[in-house]
Ligand binder design. Structure first.
Ligand SMILES: Cc1cc2nc3c(=O)[nH]c(=O)nc-3n(C[C@H](O)[C@H](O)[C@H](O)COP(=O)(O)OP(=O)(O)OC[C@H]3O[C@@H](n4cnc5c(N)ncnc54)[C@H](O)[C@@H]3O)c2cc1C
Length: 380
């Protein structure tokens, strides 16, 4: 059999894990990403790596030791704060315990770890897929916005929430979950002696009540990332004529929504210094399934976009990438590999997506303070 041409669309945690494990077994795959370069975009917050998924994939990729040099075990701290600013629950992990539980790593550090492990030029930057055309017998022609095209015997849709590859397999599109995060943050948090840094602790702090809430996460380098969350209409800002580029106006609108909350918590709106980014949260319908199709499959968010309340999205993307790579290594044909991989993928993504839907609904409910406290007390 001639060497199969494998095209992975998307250099996120899922696509890169797949490419890395394939390379370790001597199989070449090209990764195409729309970003102009690896540094063009900030990669966002911190991720906790779970033993059976993210950690397992890192081990399979031969990157466990490298991960440990950057992981933050103390980042596992989980704290719940009431709307009055009182700490209601605080789970502090044992110190220097890296292998138990879910150590954290910044998304950017994880991406660098994976990118640095690949052979040079594996990732083709500035390659935004616009269309995949079926040529028959499982072969596809991929068309990119720069006018180039390439043919592939296997197309792996690792292109995230708004996947273009998904269109080859299903009509499903992500739906708004009813919850929007407005992202903000604070640099050099430790040098400022602010109450918000104290409240955040070393890991994640949540304050959730009556369809509103704050999620603050400690990142590396003294940075705190903050998500100001609310159950609201997707076009909440348009309805009130709010200009999202007007920082002062966004701040004022958020403060109004959080009227009556502790001044310590309102600092998460007023004392941050990175501006505000509106992030409505979307999820694919559950279950998201498709009929087996030769020459194409999906992994990660492209297959099972879910709200961040599963805490599993990146972990599952990496596990998918590892499982697909192993299926390709072990199976006699690409088609056998897709079958073997999709049998693993479907049930676990349905279970996680159902958990994520439940999680976001209880975190942004009328009685979310009570529900979240009960949940945390039960699970820690
Ligand atoms: C606020 C928030 C917090 C989260 N916290 C966690 C957490 O704590 N733990 C966790 O496990 N998960 C978390 N997640 C989920 C996690 O970020 C995603 O599930 C994960 O990034 C999915 O990985 P992926 O490789 O499937 O896709 P992505 O990371 O989305 O990567 C897709 C890649 O495809 C590229 N791409 C997109 N379209 C095209 C195209 N047309 N052509 C070429 N390239 C394209 C993009 O540039 C990108 O590099 C969180 C998500 C959010 C929104």
């Amino acid at each position: 059999m001639p060497t199969p041409r494998i095209a992975i669309i998307g250099a996120g945690p899922g696509g890169l894990t797949c490419a890395r494990i394939l390379q370790q077994h001597g199989i070449t795959a090209a990764v195409h990403d729309l970003d102009a370069s690896r540094t063009v975009r900030s990669q966002g917050g911190t991720l906790d790596m779970h033993p059976d998924s993210g950690q397992h994939a890192l081990r399979e990729a031969g990157l466990w030791e490298a991960f440990l040099t950057q992981a933050r075990p103390e980042g596992k701290q989980m704290r719940l704060v009431g709307r009055d600013g009182r700490i209601l629950f605080d789970a502090i992990p044992p110190e220097a315990d890296t292998t138990e539980g879910n150590p954290e790593i910044d998304r950017g550090q994880l991406r660098d770890l994976l990118l640095d492990s690949l052979k040079p030029d594996t990732v083709r930057w500035g390659h935004k897929l616009i269309r995949a055309e079926a040529l028959g017998n499982g072969t596809h022609r991929l068309h990119f916005t720069d006018g180039t095209s390439t043919d592939a015997d296997l197309v792996v849709g690792a292109d995230g929430a708004w996947s273009k590859v998904r269109r080859l397999l299903s009509d499903a599109t992500p739906r708004y979950t009813g919850v929007t995060f407005v992202e903000t943050g604070l640099n050099d948090a430790d040098t400022r002696h602010l109450r918000l840094a104290e409240l955040t602790g070393n890991g994640t702090m949540m304050a959730l009540d009556n369809n509103l809430g704050f999620v603050a996460q400690r990142n590396s380098g003294g940075h705190i990332r903050v998500y100001v969350g609310m159950r609201t209409e997707e076009d909440w800002h348009q309805r009130t004529g709010l200009d999202l580029t007007d920082t002062a106006a966004v701040r004022e609108a958020l403060l109004k929504k959080f009227t009556g909350w502790s001044p310590d918590l309102l600092d998460f709106i007023t004392r941050t210094d990175t501006g505000y980014t509106n992030r409505p949260l979307f999820a694919l319908p559950v279950p998201h399934t498709w009929a087996h199709t030769p020459g194409v499959t999906l992994l990660g968010d492209a297959a099972h976009l879910m709200s961040p309340f599963s805490g599993m999205g990146a972990n599952l993307a990496m596990l998918d990438g590892a499982d697909l790579a192993h299926a390709l290594v072990k199976s006699p044909t690409i088609d056998d590999a897709i079958h073997a991989y999709e049998v693993l993928l479907q049930p676990r993504s349905v279970a996680a997506a159902e958990g994520a839907a439940e999680g976001i609904n209880s975190a942004f409910a009328h009685d979310s303070a009570t529900q979240t406290l009960a949940h945390m007390t039960q699970h820690h």
